[in-house]
Design a binder for this molecule. Structure first.
Ligand code: OOG
Ligand code: MG
Length: 268
């Protein structure tokens, strides 16, 4: 193994262990500096480990597609990560806080694609992605950085599969029946509004994420099998997830729900 490969494998192992034990890593001490390409290689290996343990890929997620998110985390480059069924929570389902380090929630617009799309296929166009879109929905993403203090730079968050931890989606709506360019977004926790924004905060329009999905997916050789979900990225800053009900409402599109529960409550 080259030194480069060893660094990628080390980062992957430590992030995998951190996620599985809900114990953050302290990258300020002895952490290999990865290039962005190496970070995506580490992410791919991390996802591979999950797939080898029996999880299935169910979609992709984009990150840092809004000013609010970029400002909150101090990163101004769009990123992509992978969603598995191990992260998928049914609408209204529970998220066990005991399995997470320091989870946050954020409102998402979710896309569902109805046809297999091989993003590596050079002939594939943004219009093909748009044509394959068969559902849009309000969503909630739970992010949980495996780095202490929820603090990272671009390669670190990429290697950490873009902090992906859990997500849920509300009822799917026919994309031809709704204009999603400028809808009010509200994130409520325990009945109180915790963040507010507009779908326009997502690159001006959530559909403007599709060219980025294609270019990043092409570069990384990702595929979007029929039925895949893609999260377009949060329109607002993320807020801590505590025990209690979380609701994301996208006016004119729908709602998504989940409940944060303390570990003991899930076991009982
Ligand atoms: C990285 C994930 C960013 C989004 O919607 O922008 C993201 C993070 O903030 O930890 O999911
Ligand atoms: Mg997100």
């Amino acid at each position: 193994m080259s030194a480069r490969d060893t660094a990628v494998e080390l980062v992957c192992s430590r992030l995998d262990e951190a996620q599985r034990s809900a114990t953050p890593v302290r990258p300020q001490e002895d952490w290999p500096q990865l290039s962005l390409d190496q970070a995506y290689a580490a992410q791919a290996r991390l996802v591979d480990r999950r797939l080898q343990r029996g999880e299935q890929q169910v979609g992709l997620k984009l990150g840092f597609t809004s000013e609010a998110k970029m400002r909150q985390m101090g990163i101004d480059e769009l990123i992509i990560g992978v969603l598995t069924d191990g992260m998928q929570v049914p609408d209204g389902g529970r998220v066990d806080l005991g399995t997470l380090v320091h989870p946050r929630v954020e409102p998402e617009v979710a896309f569902r694609f109805g046809r297999d799309l091989d993003l590596a296929d050079a002939a594939l166009q943004v219009a093909d992605l748009q044509g394959a879109l068969d559902g849009v929905a309000a969503g909630i993403e739970v992010i949980d950085s495996r780095y202490e203090g929820f603090s990272f730079d671009l390669p670190r968050v990429v290697a950490d599969n873009t902090s992906a931890a859990a997500f849920t989606t509300g009822e799917w709506v026919d994309p031809d029946s709704v204009q999603i360019g400028e809808l009010a977004v509200t994130l409520s926790i325990a009945g109180a509004v915790a963040a507010e924004g507009s779908t326009a905060a997502i690159l001006g329009h959530p559909l403007s994420t599709l060219p980025h999905l294609l270019s990043l997916g092409r570069k990384l050789g990702l595929s979007v099998p029929a039925g895949s979900v893609v999260l377009a990225g949060a329109a607002t800053a993320a807020v801590p997830l505590l025990a209690g009900d979380v609701v994301v409402r996208v006016a004119g599109l729908g709602e998504a729900h989940l409940t944060g529960v303390d570990g003991g409550e899930v076991a009982s």
